[in-house]
Design a protein. Structure first.
Length: 312
């Protein structure tokens, strides 16, 4: 499946929910307040957030005042333009040839957000691109997490360093860094323990992991990505604030955007956090991780007839 097709099928539920409302308002000779309300509700239900929803609606209202017969296509374009501005700067870009060797990427976030799965997905992605990644199973807090990552590594034929359940996660990170150097791996992908951001001692442990890595390499970690479950979207700002204070975040991975009708979550998350989105999770499979693309995203959520014709 091509990358755009993956976006399109991943965001299908979100797009369907919006298109239902759009088809009601598009092509109406008279666009009334009730129509706009239907659209506003659909955007709001899709988790675009109050500000973005209002900006889109006001853009449509203004355009309608100038041109009394807006077509669905034009409404899609207006929404796309507003969102394109809001999302400017949101694409995280990771170069294939890194300056850092090994390049250290830490995945952090609350339990269940998708860190372990993302770690494996990144591993296979980088491997396919010609890197030699090594996974570090530093979630020693949850026995199943290490087992889960070992299974992925086995299935995908990826190198991995793990520790015993309950062992010091910083020590595993240290060993993994050494293994990277001795085996000539160029990317170290660290899966950390999911913790409640309100638990201070657990946050301190995360900080220790960072300090230990910095003993090996003062510039590490080169990326610290907060993994966020895009289907819940709840209290992400508070989560991010605490993780940022303790660890310093450089970007985001937003997971589970497939199967949710809240395709707008990505917009509200970026709007609140202003951290680049490096990857998005669009399924549970190894290759269901895509670099974030504003255009693919907008075209999936607000498809144009021309794009539909090209894809189908
Ligand atoms: P962790 O606790 O943060 O390490 O989370 P896991 O990686 O164990 O993921 C929790 C659950 O979410 C698992 O059942 C994963 O298969 C699932 N998951 C992770 N990413 C995605 C995604 O992008 N889409 C879907 N549908 N499920 C996902």
């Amino acid at each position: 499946m091509g990358i755009f097709s993956k976006f399109k099928s991943g965001f299908k539920r979100g797009a369907d929910a919006l298109q239902g409302a759009l088809s009601r308002v598009s092509g109406r000779a008279i666009l009334d307040e009730e129509d706009l309300m239907v659209l506003e509700e659909a955007l709001f239900a899709g988790d675009f957030g109050v500000e973005s929803t209002e900006e889109i609606i006001s853009e449509i209202r203004d355009a309608y005042q100038k041109n009394k017969s807006l077509r669905g296509e034009q409404i899609n374009n207006l929404a796309r333009d507003v969102l394109r501005k809001i999302l400017a700067g949101s694409e995280g870009i990771i170069l294939n040839e890194s300056q850092n060797n090994p390049e250290v990427i830490c995945l952090i976030g609350v339990n269940g957000s998708g860190k372990t799965t993302t770690c494996a997905k990144l591993g296979i992605r980088f491997k396919k691109e010609g890197s030699v990644p090594l996974l570090a199973a530093c979630d020693t807090f949850r026995a199943a997490a290490t087992e889960q990552l070992l299974n992925w590594a086995d299935r995908l034929d990826l190198q991995i360093v793990s520790g015993h359940h309950g062992s010091d996660s910083a020590a595993v990170a240290y060993d993994a860094y050494s293994a990277c150097e001795s085996r000539g791996c160029d990317r170290l992908l660290i899966d950390t323990a999911g913790r409640l951001h309100v638990k201070d001692n657990l946050m301190d442990e995360l900080y220790k992991l960072k300090r230990v890595l910095q003993k090996r390499n003062p510039t590490a970690p080169h990326h610290s990505w907060l993994v966020i479950d895009g289907s819940t979207g709840s209290n992400v700002v508070e989560q991010a604030r605490v993780f940022h204070e303790k660890f310093g975040l450089t970007g985001l991975v937003v997971t589970k955007l497939d199967g949710t009708s809240k395709g707008g979550a990505l917009v509200s998350i970026y709007r609140k956090m202003k951290l680049p989105i490096y990857f998005i999770g669009l399924g549970e499979g190894a290759d269901d991780l895509q670099p974030f693309s504003i255009e693919y995203y907008l075209d999936s959520i607000f498809p144009s007839a021309e794009i539909e014709a090209n894809v189908n």
